[in-house]
Design a binder for this molecule. Structure first.
Ligand code: BGC
Length: 353
């Protein structure tokens, strides 16, 4: 079935720049994406009785996104993250012998590309077959990163799947790690926490972290730990156990090392919500997935339809390269050189059970 695409206005940035919203509809699903931050502002998906609910956290207005995305409590709801998703230790890395500094905005570390990362810029949009393509030119030196990086992110809604395709090229050696930061609650956004969701992860190892959530470098087997999601487990089952890694992060906030070789699409994760019957299957070309159980949500943010987002009120499955890869030469490389093409894809596939 073909995808219906509509474009409308979604308010203006503080400097007057207009923001557009693209509404994509296909097979009873509806996705809304805006040109600020490439944010997926809503995603309506049917439950096992055919009732569609919005399953991602977010805000109703542009002003709320801009305000919260420029505050210290930024949850990055639904945004495209770059130039480097996740953390870079102490905001420093070396490339071809030169040290680069990027903004320290999360304890001692750099998180999600810095305060003016890709979540906090205006993208150019154009309609494509089945969806929308967003483009952004990240200039040499922006947020400390070398090289002009031209980035394209395509959102396509078809066959009950939201497909996201990332592509980037540079004119100087740089690092690139892009992801999508949607918080899912498959019972419906604002419907309590995600502890009853059941999760499966196609990963036998994860990257343990230090007290500032930077990987120690070890790829640790999940065997006999609360990080073993090779078979489906309720997220709440072991989240508050005494395991040190869980205490450090206040829950799950770790990168899992996907089993099958990266480069082509394969299943990374599956989430099942028993009350609605909604199932989300995540496929990706990436080597890792950060499963973040919304531990920093604290009930202070008021979202869409006046809903309050409680502690662990949404979960993120951020497909990505491993955190802090530029400082871990043994991790899959995030280096991008002129003439090379960064190309990654992630699929959010919906079904019911
Ligand atoms: C990180 C969390 C962080 C969150 C911000 C996630 O990708 O892993 O530690 O608090 O983003 O929303």
């Amino acid at each position: 079935m073909s995808t219906a695409i509509e474009k409308s206005a979604f308010g203006k940035m503080p400097d007057g720049k207009p923001i557009q919203l693209y509404r994509l509809r296909s097979d009873g699903l509806e996705a809304r994406v805006i040109t600020y931050g490439g944010i997926l502002v809503s995603l309506k998906v049917p439950d096992r009785n055919g009732n569609a609910e919005d399953v991602v956290l977010g805000f109703e207005t542009l002003a709320e996104y801009v305000e919260v995305f420029n505050s210290h409590a930024n949850p990055y709801f639904g945004a495209i993250i770059g130039r480097y998703a996740n953390r870079i230790a102490r905001g420093r890395f070396k490339l071809d012998g030169k040290t680069y500094s990027v903004p320290v905005n999360n304890g001692p570390n750099s998180l999600h590309g810095g305060p003016r990362g890709f979540h906090n810029v205006v993208w150019q949009a154009q309609e494509i077959d089945g969806g929308v393509e967003l483009k952004y030119l990240s200039r040499d030196g922006e947020e400390g990163y070398p090289g002009n990086l031209e980035v394209s992110v395509r959102y396509v809604l078809e066959n009950a799947e939201l497909r996201i395709a990332y592509s980037a090229g540079t004119d100087q050696p740089t690092v690139a790690n892009l992801t999508q930061h949607s918080y899912f609650n498959l019972a419906g956004q604002g419907c309590g926490n995600i502890l009853d969701h059941e999760l499966r992860l196609a990963a036998s190892r994860f990257t343990p972290v230090d007290s500032t959530l930077i990987p120690t470098g070890e790829l640790k087997p999940v065997d006999s730990t609360p990080f073993d999601f090779r078979n489906r487990h309720r997220i709440g089952e072991r989240i508050d156990s005494a395991a040190e890694q869980l205490r450090i992060a206040g829950g799950y906030d770790h990168n899992w090392v996907l089993n099958e070789d990266p480069g082509s699409l394969r299943e990374a994760a599956q989430v099942f919500e028993p009350h609605s019957g909604r199932v989300l299957t995540v496929l990706t070309t990436q080597p890792g997935v950060q499963f973040y159980s919304g531990n920093f949500l604290d009930g202070k943010l008021k979202g869409k339809q006046g809903k309050i987002y409680p502690h662990r009120g949404g979960l993120c499955l951020e497909t990505q390269h491993f955190p802090d890869s530029p400082n871990h030469p043994q991790f899959p490389s995030t280096l991008l050189r002129p003439g090379e093409r960064y190309q990654q894809g992630t699929v959010f596939r919906f079904s019911t059970a």
